[in-house]
Design a protein around this ligand. Structure first.
Ligand code: FES
Ligand code: FES
Length: 222
């Protein structure tokens, strides 16, 4: 899982520097806004922050692309993506456990890459493709990755599992044929307090062997 890499300034990655810069900017702007500016920002119907304009500190309209759907909500600029998913859209699959980028329970895909939703400002990911566990499968029609986790008893309390499944999705999209060491490394940003790592690894290897995701087949090994 990438919270972020220090030197990654690409479109698809949100660097820790960007996150800190955004947080600092939200704080500074919040202190500097006068009443009229606050009122103007709150009245605006355009997606806030899209053109680098002042936004907040009160709730502003934000637009997202979540699981292929356009979604809108009014949120304070300091809200994280996890706040938006759970609080505004009732997408509670991403769990709030540490809320500080340390456990991976809130992992979602942003532009196809696994990120900690608690470590990303919602206002900065407007318009970018976000995928959550709810976009993968449903209880009555689980995605093969979810089925593999269930089949291998990968979850005990289950709290970490949505994050692991999304991190696995990101891993297999990058590397459809990982070995055990690559699985451990690829999922190193996700913690399981129940210590169920062996079953989780078996589930991931089984899903990869079955050609998930997207029906890709594993290369024959020598
Ligand atoms: S809740 Fe986001 S990393 Fe732990
Ligand atoms: S199954 Fe309980 S934290 Fe992982």
């Amino acid at each position: 899982v990438r919270l972020v890499e220090e030197d990654d300034d690409s479109q698809d990655g949100l660097s820790r520097r960007d996150f800190l810069r955004g947080s600092a900017a939200a704080g500074v702007l919040g202190m500097g806004l006068i009443a009229g500016e606050i009122e103007a920002a709150e009245k605006s119907s355009a997606p806030a922050g899209a053109g680098g304009e002042v936004a907040g500190p009160g709730a502003v309209p934000l637009r997202f692309r979540i699981n292929g759907d356009l979604r809108e909500a009014r949120l304070e600029p300091r809200a994280t993506l996890l706040d938006a998913l759970r609080g505004a859209f009732d997408l509670t699959g991403a769990k709030e456990v540490c809320d500080r980028g340390a456990c991976g329970a809130c992992t979602v895909l942003l532009g196809g890459k696994a990120v900690y939703a608690c470590g990303v400002l919602a206002i900065e990911v407007q318009g970018r493709p976000i995928q959550t566990i709810e976009g993968l499968g449903r209880p009555d029609k689980p995605h093969p990755l979810q089925a593999a986790f269930a089949e291998h008893d990968a979850g005990q309390c289950g709290l970490c599992i949505p994050g692991f499944v999304m991190a696995t999705r990101g891993l297999l999209d990058r590397n459809p044929d990982p070995g055990p060491a690559e699985v451990r490394q690829g999922l190193a940003g996700n913690l399981c307090r129940c210590g169920n790592y062996d079953d989780i690894q078996q589930a991931v290897l089984a899903a990869a062997a079955a050609g998930e995701p997207e029906g890709r087949r594993r290369r024959p090994r020598d």
